[in-house]
Design a protein around this ligand. Structure first.
Ligand code: UD1
Length: 381
C-alpha cells in the first residue's frame, strides 16, 4: 500500500514551496500525493496563476475558506480540513511556511485519530525560523506548528539551534535546505530571459523593486504614510516597481495614496515575472520573509523594512540589511547601497535546488522504518 500524503497550501508564499515537494513525492514509488488548497488566498494573482506556472495540478481538495479575522479564518480551515482527514485518512500531512493555513491544518491533524487508532503524521517544511517577535501572527504560527510536527525540515542552521533551544529532540530535526530556492533555481533562466523590467520601460540594474504587506507596516495608517513617503523620495533616486498586495491595495486606497512619476504601482505579479523583476533589480525594499531569501540567491541587495528577521542567514551572507521604517534611515541606507557594488556572496549551505528531494528521501526512510516495525498500521504513532 502506498503511503498517502496530503500536501497543504493556502497563501501565495506556500505555492512555490509546494511545487518541488509535489514533484519529488510523485517521483517516489512509496508515496501517493494529493494537494489541498485551503483558499486563504483566492485571487487569480495571489493563488490561481501559481498552479499553472509551477506545474502543480489543480488542487484535489479546495477548502475555499476565503478571508476573515485570524480566528475566523483559522477556525474555518480547522473545521473543513478535519472533514477531509475523516474522509481521506492520509498517513501524513505536509504543511509549509508560517501562514494561518499552516497552523490550522497541523492542529487539525495533531488531534485527529482514525477509527482504527491511527493518527496522521505531520511534516513541517521551513521549521525552526524565529523572529522572537510574538506580535507577528506568523511567529505564533511557527512556534505552534513546530510544537505539533513529527518531522521538522529546516532551511538554515539558526532554525536547528532555535528548535534545540526549545527542547525539540534531534531525531525530529532535519537541516535540508530551502524548497523555495528549489523553485527559484528551476525558473531562474526563464525569469531572466523574460526581462519583465521592459514592460515598465526600464533597464536591468537601474531600478528598485518594493513590496509591503506586513500588518504592522500597512494596517497602521501612520506607518503606511511614512513608508509611502520614503518610497516617493527613493523613487527620485531610481525608478521603483511596486507590485501591490491586496491588503496593501485596500489600505493605500483608504489613505488616498497612489503611484506617480517613477513610482510604478502594479498588480501582484505571476511568480516568474516577479522573479524576473527581482533578478534585474539594483536593490529591493521589502517587508517579506521569502524575498529576503530570494535576493540572497540572486545576489541583489535587500533592504528589509522591519526591525527583525527570522532568516538571519540572509544578513550573515551580506545581501540583506534590517533598516526599519524610518524614512530618513531608508533613504540613507538606499544611498549607501547604491554607492556599493552588487554583492558577490556564495549561496547558503544546501540552498542548491535539491531540498525537496532530501525531504522525500528522509520520509521514505522514516516510513520504511515504521512499516517494518508495524506492518499492519504503518502510521500509528
Ligand atoms: C498572509 C500570511 C503572511 C504571508 C502573506 C503573503 C498569515 C497570518 N499571513 O498574509 O504570512 O506573508 O499571506 O501574501 O497567514 N485578499 C484578497 N485576495 C486574496 C487574499 C487576500 O483580496 O487572494 C485580501 C483580503 O481582503 C484579506 C487581506 O487581503 O483580508 C489579507 O489576506 P490574509 O490571507 O488575511 O493575510 P495576508 O495579509 O495575505
Amino acid at each position: 500500500m502506498p503511503v498517502s500524503v496530503m500536501l497543504v497550501g493556502g497563501a501565495r508564499p506556500n505555492f512555490m514551496k509546494l511545487a518541488p515537494l509535489f514533484h519529488a513525492f510523485r517521483r517516489s514509488a512509496m508515496f501517493q500525493v494529493s494537494v489541498v488548497h485551503t483558499g486563504q488566498h483566492y485571487d487569480q494573482q495571489m493563488a490561481g496563476s501559481f498552479f499553472a506556472e509551477l506545474g502543480l495540478p489543480q488542487p484535489d481538495i479546495a477548502l475555499s475558506v476565503g478571508s476573515g479575522s485570524h480566528a475566523v479564518q483559522t477556525a474555518r480551515i480547522l473545521e473543513r480540513f478535519e472533514e477531509q482527514l475523516r474522509e481521506h485518512q492520509p498517513d501524513m500531512v505536509v504543511v509549509v511556511g508560517d501562514v494561518n493555513s499552516t497552523i490550522a491544518c497541523a492542529l487539525a491533524a495533531a488531534k485527529f485519530e482514525y477509527t482504527d487508532g491511527r493518527r496522521p503524521r505531520i511534516a513541517h517544511v521551513e521549521a525552526g525560523l524565529r523572529s522572537f517577535d510574538r506580535t507577528m501572527p506568523e511567529e505564533v504560527n511557527r512556534v505552534l506548528t513546530d510544537a505539533l510536527a513529527d518531522y521538522l525540515f529546516v532551511t538554515e542552521q539558526a532554525g536547528v539551534d532555535n528548535l534545540r533551544r526549545e527542547g525539540v529532540a534531534d531525531a525530529r530535526i532535519f537541516l535540508v535546505g530551502n524548497v523555495m530556492i528549489d523553485t527559484l533555481l528551476g525558473q531562474a533562466e526563464e525569469a531572466a530571459s523574460r526581462a519583465a523590467w521592459r514592460r515598465f520601460g526600464l533597464q536591468p540594474q537601474s531600478y528598485a523593486v518594493a513590496t509591503l504587506h506586513r500588518p504592522s507596516n500597512v494596517d497602521d495608517p501612520a506607518n503606511l504614510a511614512r513608508l509611502f513617503s520614503a518610497l516617493e523620495t527613493a523613487a527620485d533616486r531610481l525608478p521603483i516597481v511596486f507590485p501591490v498586495h491586496p491588503r496593501t491595495r485596500s489600505r493605500l486606497a483608504a489613505a488616498g495614496l497612489a503611484g506617480s512619476g517613477t513610482l510604478f504601482l502594479c498588480d501582484p505579479q505571476p511568480y516568474t515575472d516577479f522573479l524576473s523583476l527581482l533578478s534585474g533589480a539594483r536593490v529591493v525594499l521589502t517587508d517579506s520573509g521569502g524575498i529576503q531569501e530570494e535576493t540572497t540567491i540572486l545576489r541583489v541587495p535587500c533592504l528589509t523594512l522591519r526591525e527583525n528577521t527570522e532568516r538571519p542567514i540572509t544578513i550573515e551572507r551580506g545581501t540583506n540589511r534590517l533598516i526599519g521604517i524610518d524614512p530618513a534611515v531608508i533613504v540613507r541606507e538606499l544611498d549607501a547601497v547604491l554607492g556599493q557594488p552588487m554583492p558577490r556572496t556564495a549561496p547558503p549551505p544546501l540552498w542548491d535546488g535539491a531540498a525537496a528531494e532530501r525531504i522525500v528521501a528522509i520520509l521514505e526512510k522514516a516510513f520504511a522504518a515504521l512499516q517494518a516495525a508495524r506492518p499492519a498500521a504503518a502510521a500509528v504513532r
